[in-house]
Design a protein around this ligand. Structure first.
Ligand code: ZN
Length: 428
């Protein structure tokens, strides 16, 4: 079975989270792996929330292929049916093609290929897990807490980087070595209800919150240059042969020099705390002045910006009248870019696509890698795309018309196969 057909089948299973329903994906993978004689199991963290794990080879060295099987909803107007999985014009179409069923398919294809063609001298574990898009509680977090020995390995390869970027005329690939943390905040404005015909008798909670949310949306975080980003900037500008002293003061003018808008915004987001007010709810009826309004805020933090820091910033912005709660905080996490695992990934990447620049990067978002890193397991993000990958496709991730080119799926499969062979050894 070709990798694009596996992906097409996976997309047809609408494992939208919430509610998830990843068990159906796990069952599909089980049938595929059973037929190939690969040892595997489904671990249900809660009814319908299936995690699929498979194992190849035996030995001291251990490598984990990690991916997730849930997808975000397809809410906008798509130009094609989001769960068709249609293969057309060299592309596989549908929700999850890039995030992250393309990686599930490439890792599954690599497992099937290695089972047929190699005898590994170490252990390769494949984990396609649930619930990444809503925090990992029923996926990697659950597995680590309850079945750690099944997935812990010397290092993991997961989603996160891998698309080629053209920097000053040269092709470069990003390998994700870390990610920002997240602090999801809930704000509550309280007021006093009254009849909407005499609004001045009440205290309008929606109006209060609207003001607070406007201020939050205008927030400009102070620049913080962490060593990982400093190294990345050094490498980026090094490509150009420039010798620059990077400081918090000159980084923004330098960032603005890049033409690629999404790259500019990525660099901005990884050099400061960001605040995005994304949900607001208040009011019950047109003729009642609302006494409550709630807002949910997505905040992404850098090292040193803990819950106390976030609450302090928020209260300065929204004022004392609004209650602040942070029900969900997750610290930034990092893996070593000097480790032999990183070097191996870099070398294997170059074997797969040719001699390109490889840059360790940090992600503005979060992946399940953070749970592994908390257990001191190095985890690297790389969904390797082909050299002529169309960068505009990145915007379809969590957006509309998500799709991936078959060439990238093949490139990634090849990379994954070689990575396992190089690290785990074994005959061909
Ligand atoms: Zn993902």
């Amino acid at each position: 079975m070709e990798v694009q057909n596996i992906l097409s089948d996976l997309i047809k299973i609408p494992s939208v989270n919430p509610p998830g329903g990843e068990l159906e994906v796990a069952k599909y993978l089980k049938a595929l792996f059973d037929a190939a004689g690969i040892q595997n199991e489904i671990i249900e963290s809660s009814p319908g929330r299936g995690n699929f794990i498979a194992y190849l080879g035996e030995g001291e060295r251990r490598l984990l292929y990690l991916s997730h099987t849930d997808v975000v909803p397809a809410t906008e107007d798509w130009d094609f049916e989001p769960f068709s999985g249609e293969i057309k014009d060299g592309l596989v179409h549908g929700r999850g093609a890039l995030d992250c069923k393309g990686l599930v398919a490439a890792e599954a294809y690599a497992m099937l290929y290695l089972a047929r063609n190699s005898k590994l001298e170490g252990r390769l574990t494949f984990a396609a897990t649930a619930d990444e898009e809503v925090g990992g509680t029923y996926g990697v977090k659950y597995l680590i807490e309850n079945f750690g020995e099944k997935i812990l390995a010397d290092f993991a390869i997961n989603e996160g980087g891998g698309e080629p970027v053209r920097l000053n005329g040269e092709l470069a690939y990003f390998i994700q070595i870390g990610e920002k943390g997240s602090a999801w905040a809930r704000l509550l404005a309280k007021g006093r209800a009254c009849h909407g015909s005499v609004p001045t008798l009440g205290d309008n909670a929606v109006a209060k919150m609207a003001k607070a949310v406007t201020h939050l949306a205008e927030y400009k975080g102070e620049i913080r240059l962490i060593p990982e980003m400093k190294a990345l900037f050094g490498a980026i500008f090094g490509l150009k042969g420039q010798d620059l002293e990077l400081t918090e003061g000159n980084i923004d003018p330098l960032i603005r020099r890049f033409e690629d808008r999404s790259f500019v915004e990525y660099l901005r987001a990884t050099t400061r705390m960001t605040i995005s007010p994304n949900i607001i709810q208040g009011g019950v009826k047109t003729n009642i002045v609302p006494d409550r309004c709630q807002a949910e805020i997505d905040i992404r933090v850098l090292p040193g910006q803990d819950e106390g820091y976030v609450i302090d910033k928020l209260s300065k912005i929204v004022g004392e009248d609004i209650e602040i709660d942070i029900p969900n905080y997750s610290a930034p996490s990092f893996s070593d870019s000097e480790s032999p695992y990183y070097k191996l990934i870099e070398n294997t990447l170059k074997e797969a696509v040719g001699d390109v620049a490889c840059l360790p990067c940090i992600s503005s978002g979060a992946t399940d890698s953070r749970f592994l890193r908390r257990r001191n397991m190095p985890s690297y993000g790389l969904s390797l795309m082909a050299k002529d990958f169309d960068p505009s496709l990145i915007g379809t991730m969590h957006g509309k018309n998500e799709r991936i080119d078959i060439e990238s799926l093949r490139t990634n499969s090849k990379f994954l196969i070689e990575l396992a062979r190089s690290y785990l050894g074994g005959s061909r």
